[in-house]
Design a protein around this ligand. Structure first.
Ligand code: ADP
Ligand code: MG
Length: 240
């Protein structure tokens, strides 16, 4: 689905990504872990071109998306993203939040868009919130809505950047379980998280990032039970 070759990203003089090489296959749940500032967000943001790579190539479903002139908006329709801070439209109801892109971008007629949105809301147990505004919801509910909003567009892959880091602890589980359900359905995803239990249970592959590179990657069993890299061992000793 993604092939990433020699990806680099600088902000001014600061080299944040120093050469990332990896492949993300259909159906994989790739979990990205690593210390703060290691470039995890920058990496995941490059995958939907929220950041423009400085060097290197990213191929998506066979097309080189880092080529000049690649249709960024078309790419973003195929790549759903969920952020730490939800990014819902506060002046729109929940139903409108979920349907707006369907109507405006995909040109789905309003009744069909609403029917689809209600079905998705039902799946995450929030159908009764359709007419509420984001301010009336808890953080966990807002994040479940943000996931529904992204899934409504039927993306080929979902990107999550620390989806539970802004939540009170008691709400983390409800959001992780929605993500886990998507994983069970076979949705391809890349998840940046500090939730190591989730990474172990749901991840099909773990990327450990440190200092702008993938320092180590492997199955959850390899990374959590038998890490090879000293930096991986050091990081895990601090977070587990
Ligand atoms: P992580 O998500 O692993 O914490 P980030 O990708 O957010 O790491 O950041 C990596 C480094 O890049 C940090 O030093 C951060 O300050 C820097 N950085 C991120 N975004 C920007 C930006 N837009 N402008 C300047 N520096 C940035
Ligand atoms: Mg980050």
């Amino acid at each position: 689905m993604f092939e990433i070759k020699g990806l680099k990203k600088n902000f001014g003089d600061l080299e944040v990504l120093k050469g990332i090489h990896t492949t993300i296959r259909k159906g994989e749940v790739v979990v990205v872990i690593g210390p703060s500032g290691s470039g995890k967000s920058t990496f995941i943001r490059c995958l939907n071109l929220l950041e423009t790579p400085t060097e290197g190539q990213i191929f998506f479903e066979g097309s080189c998306i880092t080529d000049k002139g690649y249709a960024v908006h078309k790419h973003r329709e195929k790549v759903g993203m969920v952020f730490q801070q939800f990014n819902l439209f506060n002046n729109l109801t929940i139903l409108e939040n979920v349907t707006i892109s369907l109507k405006k971008v995909k040109k789905v007629p309003a009744p069909a868009a609403e029917e689809k949105a209600r079905a998705l809301l039902r799946r995450v147990g929030l159908e009764d919130k359709a007419d509420a505004y984001p301010a009336q919801l808890s953080g966990g509910q807002k994040q479940r809505i943000a996931i529904v909003r992204a899934m409504a567009m039927e993306p080929d892959v979902m990107l999550f950047d620390e989806p539970t880091s802004a939540l009170d602890p008691e709400m983390v589980g409800e959001v992780l379980s929605v993500i886990q359900d998507l994983a069970k359905e076979g949705v391809t995803m890349v998840v940046v998280t500090h939730e190591m239990g989730f990474a172990k249970k749901v991840g099909t592959r773990i990327l450990f990032m440190d200092g702008g590179v993938i320092a180590e990657e492997g199955t959850p069993q390899q990374i959590f039970e038998d890490p090879q890299n000293e930096r991986t061992k050091d990081f895990l000793s601090k977070v587990i």
